[in-house]
Write a protein that binds this ligand. Structure first.
Ligand code: ADP
Length: 609
């Protein structure tokens, strides 16, 4: 489990919730909707409706027809002649996508009216010519009375024709779409029953919401198209129209105003789109948009799954389900399409990606950081234990040995007193060591405040030199102290003593016999420089870079048999930096080293005599 603390869990949930909200906002933006449209087109093309014998035939007044029969100005005459041929073929319904709101040449109008009267189940187009007034422009009454019905020929105001409004209301007048009216007559139904979510047409239940009753057109290939010119030239071609719903309209790019882009990737004229909508209505394989609640639930599901995956698993156990979620998000809209639901692509895919990226990054950066920190804490603790056991061994051995001595042999009073004193001082040293150890531990943890007391540097140095004296005497090393009589320090005396003693004892430990170790203090601008210099084995550049690392010891020091646990300097470094200072080291192999504590004035005040 990656997130343990309640705060961290709350943070994780909050961040994921924020990302989810962001994904929803971005996913429902106009730009995203446009991209959803592109995805919809791809899915639609990949899911053609089951191939059935088409019910519609398009009779196209195309370039050839216009070219051969007098152009767009002869449209009514062409229409009248073509209709006569169509009518003779006994189609089921004939839908016209050519508006006839007014009268023109009387002879032409009469011919057209005559053709209309012979056409069974004629559906004429009505449209709103002036969007400002919203008035319906119906076929002229001369023609209107010859038609079985009037249907609107408006498209949805989208650049790509994906949905068709089955209903348009304007000026308190409502019109069903040309394709729907054609379908009604084709199915021999007298009316269309409306419910809030559906239109009922005979046995058909057409899903369409009250607001405009949009119908997703399931574009298909293979709706037959016959050129009007061909009909006029060879009337026998019309046999293909028997029993069909015939859609007649103008198709060339130059003449048809209502050509639109379709999801199939090419343009279609209005009459072809009406025929496609009609096929969709009759075909019965409808699409409906997924409800907002369902979409929200779906996206939320992906976000929660992504969050949970990275909350409970790490490594491939998290990434494998993560990838599965991505694949699921990418395929969900297509799968749902197969079941007749239109799911916007971007909100779903966007939520999945954003939540997964967020969850994975959270795990990587936040949880891993916590993990690393706790691992570092553990390692530090182990080192500390190592240090304690190592450092405490020598006073303990001394105490053990002495007490054994006292118990086993009868000793003179003098000797007994001496040993008792030794036991006393060693146990005090032990106690002090424990205290220092605990203090340094808390220092590292940032739990401890440095004590702030004033003390004389000369006293402190005297104490340290005294402690190091016996060590120095054994090697006949001279220790000299200069320039410190007038310095006063502020800080934690005990920690400072530990630090300075450490430098001094190192200087003695790593120096040969008959050399000198000197301690000096001098003020340099805003700081006090306290230097411990020896004439010992020294260190090279590479070694110098590592001596403050815990447990590091140079090869030479180890060979000398003097090296300790290698932890002293790392503690000295911490103590000095907690006092706001730093340590500088210069050293030459074989010649000696100089460790200089540079303390800021607030920690060290030089009092001029
Ligand atoms: P140790 O207990 O080993 O002395 P320290 O942390 O005090 O641990 O020192 C780390 C290492 O730095 C020593 O083991 C030694 O190799 C090197 N070192 C420290 N002080 C000196 C010095 N004055 N001269 C040469 N080497 C030194």
């Amino acid at each position: 489990m990656a997130t343990r603390s309640p705060n961290l869990t709350a943070g994780y949930i909050a961040v994921l919730a924020g990302v989810f909200a962001l994904a929803m906002i971005v996913g429902l933006s106009p730009l995203a909707r446009r991209m959803d449209g592109e995805a919809y087109d791809a899915i639609l093309t990949a899911h053609p409706p089951a191939a059935k014998e088409p019910h519609a035939v398009v009779v196209a007044i195309d370039d050839r027809t216009l070219g051969n029969y007098g152009g767009i100005r002869a449209l009514r005459r062409i229409l009248a002649n073509a209709l006569l041929i169509v009518a003779r073929a006994r189609p089921s319904v004939v839908a016209l996508d050519v508006t006839v709101p007014d009268l023109g040449d009387p002879a032409e109008d009469d011919a057209l009216a005559d053709a209309f009267s012979r056409t069974p189940n004629l559906v004429l187009p009505g449209n709103i010519s002036d969007p400002d007034s919203g008035t319906w422009e119906d076929p002229h009454s001369l023609f209107r009375r010859l038609a079985a019905s009037v249907g609107h020929v408006h498209a949805a105001p989208d650049p790509v024709s994906r949905v068709l409004p089955l209903e348009i209301r304007s000026n308190r007048q409502r019109r069903w779409a040309l394709s729907l009216e054609t379908a009604r007559l084709y199915l021999r139904q007298s009316n269309i029953t409306e419910t809030p979510r559906e239109l009922e047409l005979g046995a058909l239940r057409i899903p369409s919401q009250t607001d405009g009753r949009p119908l997703y057109i399931r574009y298909r290939e293979g709706i037959p198209q016959i050129s009007a010119a061909e009909l006029l030239e060879k009337a026998s071609t019309a046999t293909a129209l028997a029993g069909k719903a015939v859609f007649i309209g103008v198709t060339p790019q130059t003449a048809a105003r209502d050509r639109l882009m379709t999801p199939l990737g090419y343009m279609m004229s209005g009459v072809e789109i009406h025929a496609q909508a009609f096929e969709t209505l009759i075909g019965g394989q409808y699409l409906r948009p997924i409800s907002n609640t369902a979409l929200l639930a779906m996206c939320l599901g992906f976000a929660v799954a992504a969050g949970a995956t990275f909350a409970f698993f790490t490594g491939w156990r998290a990434y494998a389900p993560g990838i599965f979620l991505l694949v699921a998000a990418h395929t969900a809209p297509s799968l749902m399409f197969g079941r007749g639901y239109v799911v916007p692509y971007l909100p779903v895919v966007g939520t999945a990606w954003l939540s997964l990226i967020t969850a994975a990054s959270w795990q990587h950066f936040i949880v891993r950081r916590q993990l690393r920190k706790s691992e570092a804490d553990k390692a530090r603790y182990q080192q500390a234990i190592h240090f304690v056991t190592h450092e405490m061994r020598s006073p303990l051995t001394a105490i053990q040995g002495s007490s054994e001595l006292m118990g086993r042999y009868s000793l003179t009073d003098e000797k007994r007193k001496q040993i008792a004193q030794m036991i006393n001082s060693e146990s005090k040293r032990l106690a002090r060591m424990i205290q220092i150890f605990l203090d340094v531990e808390r220092l590292t943890d940032g739990q401890m405040q440095i004590r702030s007391e004033n003390f004389e540097l000369s006293d402190l140095l005297a104490a340290c030199v005294d402690r190091a004296r016996s060590l120095a005497d054994r090697k006949e090393i001279v220790m000299c102290v200069d320039g410190v009589a007038d310095a006063s320090l502020k800080g934690d005396r005990e920690l400072m003593e530990y630090a300075i003693y450490n430098l001094l004892s190192n200087a003695v430990k790593y120096s040969p016999e008959h050399t000198t170790v000197s301690v000096s203090a001098k003020r340099d601008g805003g700081s006090l420089r306290l230097a411990v210099r020896d004439q010992g084995m020294g260190m090279d550049e590479k070694e110098l870079r590592q001596i403050f690392t815990k447990f590091y010891r140079t090869k030479k020091a180890e060979a000398s048999g003097e090296a300790g646990s290698g932890i002293g300097l790392s503690i000295v470094d911490q103590i000095v930096s907690h006092h706001g200072g730093r340590i500088e080291v210069t050293s030459t192999p074989g010649k000696g080293s100089c460790f200089t504590m540079v303390l800021p004035v607030h920690a060290a005040t030089l009092v001029t005599p």
